[in-house]
Structures are given as structure tokens and as C-alpha cells.
Write a protein of this length. Structure first.
Lengths: 170, 184
């Protein structure tokens, strides 16, 4: 991979790759790690990709595959915190809650993270990756029809979560 | 008759093929319920697009530089090698402990062409200053590796380059030293 070519590709794609990574994992550092790993994998690629679009989908696929490990870890942490809440004094639990709140930046991101991973990934690729159902299907390894169903379910769930949030806030 | 919402969602994404897209478009024009639903998807999409994002420019520039340095190192080398990239925050006191973990994971090295082995160390991507030192490793003496790491900045990215010909045996649990696992 020639360096000049890489710079051009990087300039064109780092924005969208970061967005997708960030929206899936909901954490800046983790998103940066994902991007780092994805671009290095790209460097290590031997066969060139035909065009910028194919490069984008390839990178997004790598980010998506790597993000699954972060998701598993995130869920473990949430479980751990919930367990802690059950078993500790109220003031400790509220402290843990504060820690979580600091990490969450917005209602939208908070709601996104509440979506099941399979729905979240597909909606993120649609809304932040600006990909077609066909491209999403190829990236995730599901049919176009399945993408359609998941995008729809993700939207409905996200809308519901945001409505609850807005109504809930005093 | 109204299309189902799943179809409206796909219509919103321009994923309905002709001639059905025309039919739906026509229907929506005279249907308040479908208009409202479509408006909901539009607002949701705008809300997502407008949601503030962390400032990532500096961090991503560091990611670019890091990828560059890897390619440069690769070019300089005539012998192909595989490399392993590990983010290790190295507190001076925890150094030894970390290396025990590292050893367990990476491998037992049996370097047949030791001259090509080296470390590249550079600042973490979130730092604005970018430096890199390569530390050749003459043999598999871990004392030397640890000596080389001592006195370095606390947060460094350490890249281990291991010659292609070297025999390595992987064992242990890789997840132990993944950067993401250490950080969070
Ligand atoms: Zn209607």
C-alpha cells in the first residue's frame, strides 16, 4: 500500500469510520482503538481494493467485526455494576451511577447503546455510514430483507427510548 | 391502503424499487398518518446526525501517523515479518508484572535470526508529540528488554517486531493484554 494512496484514503474516510465506530461502542477511546486497528489491517492488506467505496465498506466491516469484543466487554461491565448495585450500600451505587453518567454524552447515544447490538449496528451503518441496504447486508452478512427489518425495528425502538427519556426527565 | 411502517422506513431510505416507490409516494401525499410516520423517521435521522460528537481530529491524526510508521518500518525491512501491536501503559513499578503477563501471552521466542528483532516505541496516539525509538534486541534476553523499557514515558505504545523465521509458540489468554481491556 503506497503511503500517498493511504493518505488520500485516510483523509476521505477517517471521519465516517470514526463516526461508525463511536456510535457502535459509545466510547471515544474505544472507537479510536477500533479505527487504529482497522487502518493497520488495511495497511497489511496485500490485494488492493478497487475503489474508495469498496475501501470504505471493507474498513467498516473490520470496525464492525472488531466492535463485537467491545460490546461483550461493555455488557459484562454493565452486569457487574448492576450486581454491585444489588449488593452494596445505596451511596456506593449512586457513585457508580455518577461514573456511568459522566461517560454518556447525549440522549441519542445513550438510547443507541440501549438498542440490542444487532439492531444498533445496522442502524448506525445506515444513518452514520450512509450505506445502502445491500451494502449493509454484505458488511454484516445478512440479507437485504433482514437489513430492512432491522433498520425498521431499530428506528421504532430508538424513537420509543427517546420519547421515554424526554417524558421521564422532570 | 397504507403501506406497513417497515415499508415506509425502507421508503424513507430510498430502498423501494420502481414502480412501488411511485405508488407509495402517491399514497403518502393524501395520507396524514403516513406523512406523520415519515416525518418521525426524518426527525429521528436528523436528531442522530445532529447529535454532538467528541473532537476526534487530533486522535485520528495520531492514528494516521501510527499507521504510517508501521508502513515505513515494513518498507525498511527486507525480511518480511509479522508484528504484534500492543498498547501497554507502563507504570515504572508495574513493569515487571506486566512483562510476566506479556510473556505468558506473546510467546516463547526462539529467534533464529535475532538481528532483525527490534522494539519500536512511540507515544500513545492521544499525545500531540510523536516520537519513536527502535531498540534492537540482540537475543531473547528479557532482562535487556525490561532495561530498555525502564525510564521510558509512562504511556507508550510498544511494537514488537519479530523476524519471520523465528519460531513462536502462542499460549496464554490474548485478551489479557488487549489495549481495550487494559484501558477500560
Ligand atoms: Zn397511509
Amino acid at each position: 500500500m503506497p503511503e500517498k494512496g493511504f493518505d488520500e484514503i485516510y483523509k476521505a474516510l477517517n471521519n465516517v469510520i470514526f463516526k461508525v465506530a463511536f456510535r457502535i461502542v459509545g466510547d471515544q477511546d474505544a472507537a479510536m482503538d477500533l479505527c487504529h486497528e482497522a487502518f493497520i489491517k488495511y495497511f497489511e492488506r496485500i490485494d488492493p481494493l478497487p475503489d474508495l467505496d469498496q475501501t470504505k465498506y471493507w474498513l467498516i466491516r473490520v470496525v464492525k467485526n472488531l466492535s463485537f469484543n467491545f460490546e461483550k466487554k461493555r455488557l459484562r461491565e454493565i452486569k457487574g455494576i448492576n450486581k454491585l448495585k444489588e449488593n452494596t450500600q445505596p451511596f456506593t451505587a449512586s457513585h457508580e451511577e455518577q461514573v456511568i453518567k459522566q461517560e454518556i454524552k447525549s440522549d441519542v447515544q445513550e438510547a443507541l447503546l440501549k438498542l440490542p447490538y444487532n439492531l444498533r449496528v445496522v442502524l448506525v451503518l445506515k444513518e452514520y455510514g450512509k450505506m445502502s441496504y445491500k451494502e449493509i447486508g454484505e458488511s454484516v452478512g445478512i440479507s437485504e430483507g433482514n437489513v430492512k427489518v432491522r433498520v425498521f425495528r431499530a428506528r421504532e425502538k430508538l424513537a420509543q427510548l427517546l420519547k421515554e427519556k424526554i417524558n421521564y426527565v422532570p | 391502503m397504507c403501506p406497513d411502517f417497515e415499508t415506509l422506513s425502507a421508503f424513507f431510505d430510498n430502498e423501494i424499487e420502481a414502480p412501488h416507490d411511485r405508488q407509495i409516494e402517491e399514497h403518502i401525499r393524501s395520507c396524514a398518518a403516513c406523512q406523520a410516520k415519515l416525518e418521525e423517521y426524518k426527525q429521528l435521522s436528523e436528531m442522530m446526525a445532529g447529535d454532538p460528537e467528541p473532537d476526534f481530529a487530533a486522535g485520528m491524526e495520531a492514528v494516521r501517523l501510527s499507521a504510517h510508521s508501521l508502513s515505513r518500518i515494513k518498507k525498511v525491512k527486507t525480511v518480511p515479518f509479522w508484528q504484534r501491536r500492543i498498547n501497554i501503559p507502563v507504570p515504572a513499578l508495574g513493569l515487571a508484572a506486566l512483562f510476566v503477563v506479556f510473556l505468558g501471552v506473546v510467546s516463547v521466542l526462539n529467534l533464529t535470526r535475532t538481528a532483525d528483532a527490534s522494539f519500536a516505541m512511540k507515544t500513545r496516539p492521544d499525545s500531540s508529540i510523536y516520537t519513536e525509538d527502535k531498540i534492537p534486541v540482540e537475543d531473547q534476553d528479557l532482562e535487556k528488554i525490561m532495561k530498555a523499557l525502564e525510564g521510558q514515558d509512562l504511556n507508550r505504545e510498544v511494537i514488537f517486531h519479530i523476524p519471520d523465521e523465528s519460531k513462536t509458540f502462542n499460549f496464554g489468554e490474548p485478551a489479557l493484554i488487549k489495549a481495550s481491556d487494559r484501558k477500560r
